[in-house]
Design a protein around this ligand. Structure first.
Ligand SMILES: Cc1ncc(COP(=O)(O)O)c(C=O)c1O
Length: 399
């Protein structure tokens, strides 16, 4: 049986899969089993922040793999790798953060923040935004109102959804039963929705006044995706929780929650935990990846390549005002919104044939989120290819 046949027979059908079997990767490229090369403009879904199989990741895996992979219950004993990572993270996190805890994925981080908010506040309601995405485990999924998921999200009375980028809506929604407000600094899965600069500071102030926790979900935006280490590290934003994963360890499954002084003072032994949480190999890889990003000033690369790419997307919008309704983004989290779903389908299909892996959202949005260390030249080549495909599809040259 081929890989396709085995997976189609035995792997649960949760995804509408694309028929490519990826065998290996390097930098911004991946190769399928037949040896065809693709440019991965999704960076493994916002994860391979310094490219596929970067040498610093390989080295950290080998060195730590020779020492120890799992300590006797990750949280019960101490670990020098975890201590090193904690100190490094403290340097790049906002100043109001007191403590961290490590997880294995984004949804786990969000679930923990929701659970702890409810426990500490003694209240149940979580306010989150329409078109937001927070994960697939039960509490994170219940707080997810992304358009794609709305049919499958069971109605949960303890979750209230408000329009994104609307402080007044949150003000109206907060009641005596509200435990926390949960928001992404830029909505990623929802189609790269960038709020006004004043939105999060205003929400932060409102949460303080109303004695409600603010959970900022940086699973997608964290670790330099939008330029700075964290999109919420700006004056006036004081999160009680920051949830993280994806780019934190460049491809190794790992995550974290960061907690404010107030939260840290109120948590007790037993409130949370997990067998693999803060395992030494995850900590070692995460440390290597973050240190590399700091040492190579990845923030500047993200800002420069992101700015150049957005300028280019704007040119396409000017060229095809009837077909491209919007282009937007921050850093290397970019989107092109088309007025026609069928065009996006054809662009996606043609891109795959031509060795370009894109991500299409809500059927009419193409999201670009490549590795953060993509070079200017690599970005230009990828955009040249995409531009020629868009031109052909829109002008009808490739029906
Ligand atoms: C903002 C945000 N939160 C949470 C998640 C869930 O993360 P994971 O898939 O690692 O569980 C995602 C995943 O895309 C996300 O974008």
């Amino acid at each position: 049986m081929t890989t396709f046949e085995i997976e189609d027979t035995y792997y649960a059908p949760f995804f509408n899969k694309i028929k490519i079997s990826i065998e290996r990767g390097e930098g911004i490229y991946v190769w399928d089993e037949a040896g065809k090369k693709y440019t991965d403009l999704t960076s493994g879904w916002g994860v391979t922040s310094i490219g596929h199989i970067h040498p610093v990741i390989q080295q950290a895996l080998i060195e730590q793999g020779r020492k120890i992979i799992q300590t006797p219950n990750s949280g019960l004993t101490y670990s020098p790798e975890r201590a090193k990572l904690l100190l490094l993270l403290k340097n790049i996190l906002p100043s109001g953060i007191k403590s961290l805890f490590f997880t294995n994925s984004g949804t786990e981080s969000v679930d923990a923040a929701i659970k702890l908010s409810r426990k500490i506040k003694g209240k149940a309601t979580i306010i989150s935004a329409k078109r937001g995405f927070h994960g697939r485990t039960s509490q994170a999924f219940a707080a997810t109102s992304q358009a794609d998921n709305s049919e499958s999200t069971a109605p949960v009375p303890l979750n209230v959804f408000v329009p994104y980028n609307d402080v007044t809506a949150i003000k109206r929604a907060i009641t005596g039963e509200t435990a926390a407000v949960l928001l992404e600094p830029v909505q990623g899965e929802g189609g790269v929705i960038v709020p006004d600069d004043s939105y999060l500071p205003a929400v932060s102030e409102l949460c303080r006044k109303k004695n409600v926790y603010l959970i900022i979900d940086e699973v997608q935006t964290g670790f330099y995706r939008t330029g700075p280490a964290f999109a919420c590290n700006r004056p006036g934003i004081k999160p009680d929780f920051i949830t993280m994963a994806k780019g934190i360890a460049g491809g190794f499954p790992f995550g974290a929650i960061a907690m404010s002084d107030d939260v840290t003072a109120r948590i007790k032994a037993g409130d949370h935990g997990g067998t693999f949480c803060g395992n030494p190999i995850g900590c070692a890889v995460s440390f290597a990846v973050i240190r590399h990003m700091i040492e190579t000033d990845i923030e500047q690369n993200v800002l420069n390549t992101g700015r150049t790419a957005l300028r280019r997307l704007n040119e396409w919008k000017t060229r095809y005002p009837d077909r491209i309704s919007d282009v937007r983004g921050k850093g290397l989290l970019l989107a092109i919104e088309f007025s026609d779903k069928e065009v996006v389908e054809r662009i996606n299909r043609t891109s795959l044939e031509n060795g370009l892996i894109l991500n299409c959202k809500s059927n009419n949005i193409i999201r670009l989120f490549p590795a953060l260390n993509i070079t200017g030249q690599e970005m230009t080549q990828a955009l040249d290819k995409l531009e020629s495909i868009i031109n052909k599809v829109i002008t009808g040259d490739n029906k």
